[in-house]
Write a protein of this length. Sequence first.
Length: 699
Amino acid sequence: MTRDMKRREFLALAGPGLLVIFPVPAPAAFLQRRGGPPSDVNAYLKINPDGRVTCLVGKVELGQGSKTALAQLLAEELDVALDAVDMVMGDTDQCPWDGGTYGSLSVRSFGPVLRGAAAEARAVLLQMAAEKLGEPAERLSVKASVVSGSRGKVSYAQLVGGRRIERRMEKAPVKPVSAYTIVGQSPRRKDALEKVTGKAQFAGDISLPGMLHARILRPPAHGATLREVDTSAAEKFPGARVVKEGDFIAVLHERRDLADQTLGLIKAQFDRPRPSTDDRSIFDHLVKAAPPARIVHESGSLEEGRKLAATLVEQTYLNSYVAHAPMEPHSATASIEGGKVTVWAGTQTPFPVQQQVAQALGVAPENVRIITPYVGGGFGGKSASQQAIEAARLAKATGRPVQVMWDRAEEFFFDTFRPAAVVRISSGLTAEKKIAFWDFMVYCAGDREARQFYDIPHQRTAAAGGWSGNQPPGLHPFAVGPWRAPSVNTNTFAREVHIDMLAEKAGADPLEFRLNHLSDSRMRRVLEAAAKRFGWKPRRAPTGRGMGVACAIYLGTYVATMAEVAVDKATGRVQVKRVVCAQDQGVTVNPEGSRQQIEGGIIMGLGYTLTEEVRFKDGEVLHRNFDTYELPRFSWTPTIEAVLIDNPTTPASGCGEPPIVNMGAVVANAIYDAIGVRLFQLPMTPERVLAALKGARPA
């Protein structure tokens, strides 16, 4: 927002009911706006005349269960029934500003803000009840929105009485974990009934009177420029409209299929970019074109460590570009009435999109409303929301509501891929089989969680380039961006495969070798918990059994994974048979929701581990659909066992992304245990497995 909303405007927007404004400190970066947190409101809620509570948050529901988890946090601190909480999410006209839903931040960073707000509201209501009942607030109790005392009881709704009341109070303490009755339980998800009955609406389900479906002329490759275009045949198509604004050319029709047909009538010629990199030459290009490296962490002396090393282990690790491939393609529906622009968008970032649409149309941000329905998967890929801007531009150009829904080819072409990356590690063991030094250099993945957590006296971690959009021009042939647990999949794959190699050189069991280099008690605990559930038997790889281990830290969440695989030496196909994942995420808000996230992350992780990579040449993305880009299938699904570590003394941290980060490494280590060959590039396709077995370089 370019200006702070005045109090009178805010109250008018909120409607009838009790409105409580909270001076809650904003501890999280996602609440930052224009260099600082919002000056007045960090979170808010409404007590309605019927007694129901409306919780308004800038976060959105991407399928990760935040609609339920955040409602649990509010209900717990406010002392209301969970079924009485209605969630409004990602609506820029109703919800407090938020930078976006990403990074497993909804509970970890926004949760404390929401809890604090609810605690403040409860304190205000208790004070009001004390005045009404005529007894001290400290003698009152609250249960399911009803305040009780020795002189009677009164409900939140009765206290409100249809009036708007605003009070500020000193910050009230939040509940201790020992007092929780709602947090820590696994109620039915608030989005469950709508989704299983098909009633849930996504951006592409919005249908408005007079709405047009838009199809947009796209270039054949990144870097291609439009040389000439002939739209005459499209303009003559019955019922079609053609919009031309420079190189932005679209056809619109009341029927989507006829809009598709009309687009095919446009004759366009593009000047393609000069030959450049492809999916095989990209790694050499990245190392040469990466910006200067910077030191992420160092301790001890690498020179001294090399002197202590009796055995050297050096290796280069590669990972390809990976697409987000969400079930729901990017979609948006835009309408302009009376100078107000409303866009229903499948986005992870409604407030940034509000700014982008306003800038594109040349209007004030307060005249743009972004409404976020359910989002059918994001994984970081719906942080960019180009489709919302396209729909708004076309609504302005035509004077009618417009829907833009990308097809699968557009989804691949405009995706902000997980960047291809290179990791080089040099390390050594002492004569006593301890790690003497560790030199870790990562190109283009980013430095998140690249720092070593094993006990190594002499170490250095450096990084050059990352996943954000502000990389040097020409570094990547197309856009890159956050992909579930940015950086960490790449860095964990390289680190944990390399640790396994060191364990092998030391003649040690991979689990015992890790534990011998760990003083971090939380990491030791998750490793031991995973090993106990898995039934790990000490051994020196390879054993032919196909078992692997990997562990990681992701933004305060500790995760250890063990897997069993079977490898078909004739075809190179890998079948992951069983995965055990132990996770310490501090306080667990919703255990069943957490298990669902762990299971989903593990299954999704099989994709980047075994098959998913973007093929491209000279700026052209060679995938148009899932016939060439292979996602995990039901037949791949292993037996999955999720172990949630009880750690109530540690604040809640992220749950959604951590389970995915170990999958590349744990499967690679299990493949080595099964067939005795190492793979150092993701994904580990059948062709690469066969090539490794033959000792050849894979195609």
